[in-house]
Ligand binder design. Structure first.
Ligand code: ZN
Length: 258
């Protein structure tokens, strides 16, 4: 039901922007989408969920006997100013991801482009779009991957935690977050607190509050997702996604001997 609700919300939101030509066009497209006649827009909840389910099936089939690391990562230079998301170069973004893992041993990877609007509670930095990757690396060593990312992803004031790696416990829930249309506004603060089991005390740390996007940003993002399309949110590493009669399969590329 959650997806029907979100879809209605987005449609209402776009309807209110109807003076803008592009929003109007997208509104007309989304409202006509049905199971019989899918609209195929990257901003459509129904079509994104359909594609996501096919993708999850392909991943489950391809990872039966492998070690899998779930990775969330902000590659360097992966931000855009509010209002200029359309100028973001996703081809270069995917290139930076491949480059980051260039010499890491693993078999293949699948990443989805994800978006958040980041800001600081005190306005210390300008709000910005953070474009990150969320996905999995198959057949690699989780510790090695974590070490590489610790060396290559620099923490900044605005992005204090540029990566997250954990071994996939085979819970399908982790895949459900892989490709969706739930996006956050992340409001950073410096006075969060965390329990330290070593000292038995709480300590002050950076923390983030997750809020829904503001209307203007939600509309900007929906228009952008519509422009790029759902499939271009996928970046494959050392593999390809191929269409079959009943969905998609992951085809790992043969590695050269070098
Ligand atoms: Zn649709």
């Amino acid at each position: 039901m959650k997806h029907a609700l979100r879809k209605d919300k987005d449609i209402k939101l776009l309807k209110r922007q109807r003076s803008e030509k592009e929003s109007k066009r997208l509104f007309r497209k989304l409202i006509k989408c049905s199971d019989k006649k899918p609209c195929g827009s990257g901003a459509c909840q129904r079509c994104t969920e359909t594609f996501s389910a096919i993708l999850r099936r392909a991943i489950r089939r391809a990872t039966k006997h492998e070690d899998v690391a779930i990775v969330t990562i902000v590659t360097p230079a992966s931000t855009a100013a509010i209002g200029s998301l359309d100028a973001f170069d996703h081809v270069n973004h995917a290139r930076r991801l491949r480059h980051l893992f260039r010499d890491v041993p693993y078999e293949w990877g699948l990443f989805v482009t994800d978006f958040s609007e980041n800001e600081h509670r005190t306005g210390r930095y300008e709000p910005f779009w953070c474009i990150h990757f969320h996905g999995l690396l198959v057949g690699g060593d989780v510790e090695v991957i974590r070490r590489v990312l610790a060396n290559r992803c620099l923490r900044t004031d605005a992005i204090p935690r540029p990566y997250f790696v954990e071994r996939w416990d085979r819970d399908v829930k982790a895949l459900r977050y892989l490709l969706g249309l739930d996006f956050d506004r992340r409001i950073g603060r410096d006075d969060g607190s965390r329990f330290n089991p070593k000292t038995g005390k709480r300590r002050v740390c950076r923390d983030v509050r997750h809020d829904p996007l503001r209307v203007a940003q939600r509309v900007e993002l929906l228009l952008h997702l519509h422009a790029i399309g759902v499939e271009s949110r996928i970046t494959m590493l050392r593999a390809q996604l191929r269409r079959t009669d009943d969905g998609l399969i992951v085809v790992p590329m043969r590695q050269s001997a070098s």
